[in-house]
Design a protein. Structure first.
Length: 201
């Protein structure tokens, strides 16, 4: 298998239409020439077995409001890839700082309304599997790409399952992909996988 992060806007748009969790930053697995001999079902099951644990849930409790008197907690979640055995995890910045993206896409008619909206994460957790929770902190953020990188506040007891980004590949238009994600709490945070094709790069 070869992998690439979904950072291109067109790919994020495609994924947002197919993932039950909405627009999340995840990893897409492209079948190599040898892997294409497998059925799509076999490739998908193998992907879950080999890399399912590297997809975690990031849950953020975000304080949002236009002034301190209107602040309220909002809980946001997203399925995200772990990219280092030390627990470095890539997450959409809009999950931990949604106000920035709201302002960015508000449009002229809502610009005045949104200008005073602010948000800040009060608590960030990386949920491994179904219920193992790790307190996390932000180590890097890029508002233009809507990407942030988290790390556990306390080093994991053992290396975490992670995606090796050194295997990154260049996607091609109409190439078949399998996108690995994770469902929400109601569905037991099980891995889920969808198939599709690259529509634009």
């Amino acid at each position: 298998m070869r992998y690439f992060p979904i950072q291109n806007a067109a790919l994020r748009q495609w994924f947002s239409r197919t993932a039950r969790l909405g627009a999340v930053l995840a990893l897409a697995a492209l079948a190599t020439a040898g892997a294409r001999a497998q059925s799509l079902e076999e490739a998908g099951r193998r992907l879950i077995e080999t890399h399912g644990n590297a997809i975690v849930t990031v849950r953020a409790v975000v304080v949002m409001g236009v002034d301190p008197s209107s602040d309220q907690d909002v809980v946001l979640e997203a399925a995200c890839p772990v990219v280092s055995p030390k627990g470095l995890t890539v997450v959409p910045l809009s999950v931990i700082d949604p106000a920035h993206q709201l302002k960015r896409f508000a449009g002229v008619q809502y610009a005045m309304m949104m200008q005073n909206v602010s948000s800040r994460p009060r608590e960030i957790k990386i949920i491994v599997g179904r219920n193992e929770e790790l307190d996390a902190e932000i180590v890097l953020r890029d508002a233009d790409l809507d990407v942030a990188v988290l790390r556990p506040k306390q080093a994991p007891d053992k290396p975490m399952a992670a995606i090796d980004l050194k295997q990154a590949a260049q996607p091609k238009v109409l190439e078949r992909i399998l996108t690995l994600s994770r469902l929400g709490k109601v569905a037991g945070r099980e891995n889920n996988i969808v198939s599709g094709e690259i529509q634009a790069v």
